[in-house]
Design a protein around this ligand. Sequence first.
Ligand code: FAD
Length: 307
Amino acid sequence: MLRTFFVKLSENRTIRGFAERSAVGQKLSSRFVAGTSIQAAVAATQSVNKLGMHVSLDNLGENVTNAEEAHESAVLYEQILDEIGTRQLDANVSVKLTHMGFDVDEKMAQDIVGELVARAAAMQPKNFVRVDMEGSPYTQRTLDLVHHLHDLPGNSGCVGAVIQAYLFRSEKDIEELLAKRIRIRLCKGAYKEAGDIAYQQKSEVDANYVRLAKILMSSGVYHGLATHDESMIEQAVAFAKTEKIPPTAFEFQMLHGIRRDLQQKLVLDGWNVRVYIPFGTEWYPYFMRRLGERPANALFVVKNLFR
Ligand code: FAD
């Protein structure tokens, strides 16, 4: 119930506008968001890299309402890729299609992301654009876009998708992506989805997550297992050991500020870990979804406000 409450809050535009402009809001969100500027994101990336972990940078924002905003978001991503190149950061980028104007003009969003992927592919070494997955109205269209961009000459290996284990359709989507060796991030799924398309019980989502993770790990393509759930991680590690899948064959992914102890433990045990670092002024929906995943976080961030 609390999860639904926070997901609903994440969609409220009035509270969002107020929260994002307030100093208190920015302080509250700082545990999960690396700051509002590219400089802050670069600094956070450098400290995570020093700890032996890769990074994926996400300029926060979603559901832009006009072409101008979409182009502004794209320019920021171009700057991030430039920073990664010049400062030789161990990082790639994650983008949300609705941040690139998917709701305004699908073709425009495709062109914008296409340019980012081409830019990443032209870097030395080649970089990578992960297209985040949003709610189910976007699933098919997002996968179509990833397939399309991956098929363009020179882009192979430079664009990847996200699959949500709570959706019934995910195994079939994985099969289609694997047929082209497209890199996948597997997560449980952060939105509120209906019972006719998605598992509702945590136990069902977890079981599907483990099943799909095993398919990805056995595929010979480099994928990301995004979760903070120790049980998911333990089962993936056990599977890698029994199947003799080397630590270089896949990575674990976690969000900035969440289970930092577990991130470091995995690194010390020799596994690849990538930290997803969100930054930017439009942090509200992202922050609310994180609170919804673990309502104890709400108490935690409020306590920190007074420290
Ligand atoms: P859960 O079952 O939610 O939690 C298991 C345990 O993990 C909890 O008991 C707690 O100990 C810990 N934990 C989980 N969440 C938190 C938290 N917020 N704060 C503190 N502890 C926590 N979802 C999408 O729908 N689309 C995406 O593109 C997407 N990209 C992601 C990228 C990365 C790198 C990660 C890590 C997640 C992404 N997600 C995305 C979110 C994901 O779908 C889940 O909502 C989120 O990761 C919580 O699920 P979990 O696997 O961590 O396990």
